[in-house]
Design a protein around this ligand. Structure first.
Ligand code: SAH
Length: 214
């Protein structure tokens, strides 16, 4: 089977039956070669219905979670997006297909470097990477129309809410260390509205406004 066939099967059997319907998101996930974001020894599992290790104790999220979070961001193509937790870079690639500009922060240098190489090889020029504590955001590039945290947070980090534009949406898995729920906060005329979505399980967000390092 070709990787394209595996991608089509992933979308048609893992995503569509679970209610995902944003055609732009589904098309992006049919297009992006997810196997290139994991080690070659995992290529035969790259389209499986699960998260996979990407080194340094971190993971590339399950395709379903990537799709759910991306769909909740309601991207139309013109947004400036901030991602916290670059990891493999796969989610950043999905965002880059669907928005104008992506800023992504990763705390582990080696992961950021590898992600940068993968994304450059794929020709993405609208993704900016930085190594650091993403809970502090990226003040020089703020405000952002959308913010996505792809690591489990104890609370929504305050500085990120401050860096969200009016009319913006921020999504994060919030909860305890081992289980969270996706929260979507929208900012309208300075007011915040929160909604709760899918239960989930992410590696911890570690930083000043996240969990403390063990
Ligand atoms: N979005 C990634 C998956 C992320 S896993 C992908 O598509 O592959 C979560 C990542 O968040 C890990 O790589 C972890 O190192 C990173 N992380 C944890 N706390 C962070 C913080 N405070 N700032 C930036 N990155 C953080």
């Amino acid at each position: 089977m070709t990787f394209q066939t595996l991608r089509d099967i992933m979308v048609d059997f893992q995503l569509v039956p679970r209610g995902l319907h944003d055609k732009r998101v589904l098309d992006a996930m049919k297009k992006i070669p997810r196997q290139l974001f994991v080690d070659e020894s995992l290529w035969d599992r790259a389209y499986d219905d699960m998260a996979l290790p990407v080194g340094e104790g971190q993971t590339i999220s399950q395709p379903y979670m990537v799709a759910v979070m991306t769909e909740l961001l309601a991207l139309s193509g013109n947004e400036k997006v901030l991602e916290i937790g670059t990891g493999s870079g796969y989610q950043a690639a999905v965002l880059a297909e669907l928005s104008r500009e992506v800023y992504s922060i990763e705390r582990i240098g080696a992961l950021s470097e590898k992600a940068g190489e993968t994304l450059r090889n794929l020709g993405y020029i609208n993704i900016h990477l930085r190594v650091g504590d993403g809970t502090l955001g990226w003040p020089e590039a703020a405000p952002f129309d959308r913010i996505l945290i792809t690591a489990g947070a104890p609370d929504m980090p305050e500085p990120l809410i401050g860096q969200l534009s009016d009319g913006g949406i921020i999504i994060a898995p919030v909860g305890d260390r081992f289980s969270q729920q996706l929260i979507r906060i929208t900012k309208e005329e300075g007011h915040l509205k929160s909604e709760y979505h899918t239960p989930c399980m992410f590696v911890p967000l570690i930083g000043e406004y996240g969990w403390k390092e063990e």
